[in-house]
Design a protein around this ligand. Structure first.
Ligand SMILES: [Zn+2]
Length: 290
């Protein structure tokens, strides 16, 4: 599992982490990856996983791995407690993101250390490999369409010195950073990345950790490309998939108001989500990397 990200780090591309909460969204993500021969990370937030079912998500990803031969990592996105992490690890998730970024730094450190310690024990006891991601910086927004303007303060950004300290003291495999990114898509103006800050963080942490960009939706493609050149190896995409899903469903309902067959109603949603994933895979450079 870790080799998937190591290869991306070495070859300077990023693996997309795509959120799903229904079977056809997962199917669309996998279909896009299969067509483009790309490794992928399928992710659920706490809410998405609860809706889908934790063991059900593990079982379905396993089925898709067998069916396609693709490397697919199943990741918990924004786990907020050790209890939640334990739950998904027991279910069989391959990767966990513990988000302590809302906590004071010292507490984020302590709680992330507890998570990493637990993960390493599980890895040793059960001969499993689990990727653990921590987070530093103030990441604004939620995975939806925002009408208000996004304002990111300098103080929200991840500090390079703190990033190095955090990585060395916690031993996380991956680190989510804030460099001007935010969750969601903002109607009033695109998000601009602070690429210089990213370069400074990369300079500080080197290859000790996989750098992760959350809130990949709504960031101009050029900025995402540069961020990957500068060392980002995982980019999270959720909102754009949600918007594509909704647009597809709206279209079907408008064009065929009397249709009652679910798989026909969901056909456009499937196609729209798949299209977004394909675009992102090409943008991230993970095409033909399996
Ligand atoms: Zn996120």
């Amino acid at each position: 599992m870790k080799e998937i990200l190591k290869k991306a780090q070495k070859e300077h591309y990023a693996v997309g982490a795509f959120n799903f909460s229904t079977a056809e969204i997962l199917k669309a993500i996998v279909a896009a990856a299969k067509e483009l021969k790309s490794p992928i990370i399928a992710a659920t937030s706490e809410g998405e996983g609860k809706f889908f079912g934790w063991r059900e998500a593990v079982a379905m990803v396993e089925v898709w791995r067998h069916a396609t031969g693709l490397p697919i990592i199943l990741n918990l996105d924004h786990g907020k407690s050790l209890a939640m992490i334990k739950k998904v690890v027991a279910a069989g998730y391959n990767a966990v993101h513990f988000d302590g970024s809302g906590l004071p730094y010292a507490q984020n450190l302590t709680e992330t250390c507890d998570v990493v310690k637990y993960i390493r024990e599980v890895e040793k006891t059960f001969d499993r490999q689990i990727i653990v991601e921590g987070e530093l910086g103030y990441l604004r927004g939620a995975s939806s369409l925002h009408k208000e303007k996004l304002e990111i303060k300098e103080s929200d950004l991840t500090s390079p010195e703190q990033a190095l300290d955090f990585v060395e003291r916690t031993g996380v495999d991956s680190l989510a950073i804030v460099i001007g990114n935010a969750h969601g898509v903002f109607k009033a103006g695109e998000e601009k990345l602070h690429l210089r800050r990213l370069a400074e963080i990369k300079e500080a942490v080197g290859d000790k950790v996989f750098l992760v960009l959350h809130g990949g939706s709504g960031i101009p493609a050029g900025d995402v490309k540069k961020a990957i050149e500068l060392g980002i190896v995982k980019v999270n995409i959720n909102t754009e998939l949600r918007l594509a899903y909704k647009a597809g469903l709206d279209k079907e309902l408008a064009e065929h108001p009397d249709e009652t067959t679910p798989y026909k109603l969901l056909e456009s949603s499937f196609e729209e989500v798949k299209k977004v994933v394909e675009e992102k895979i090409k943008l991230f450079g993970s095409e033909n990397k399996v």
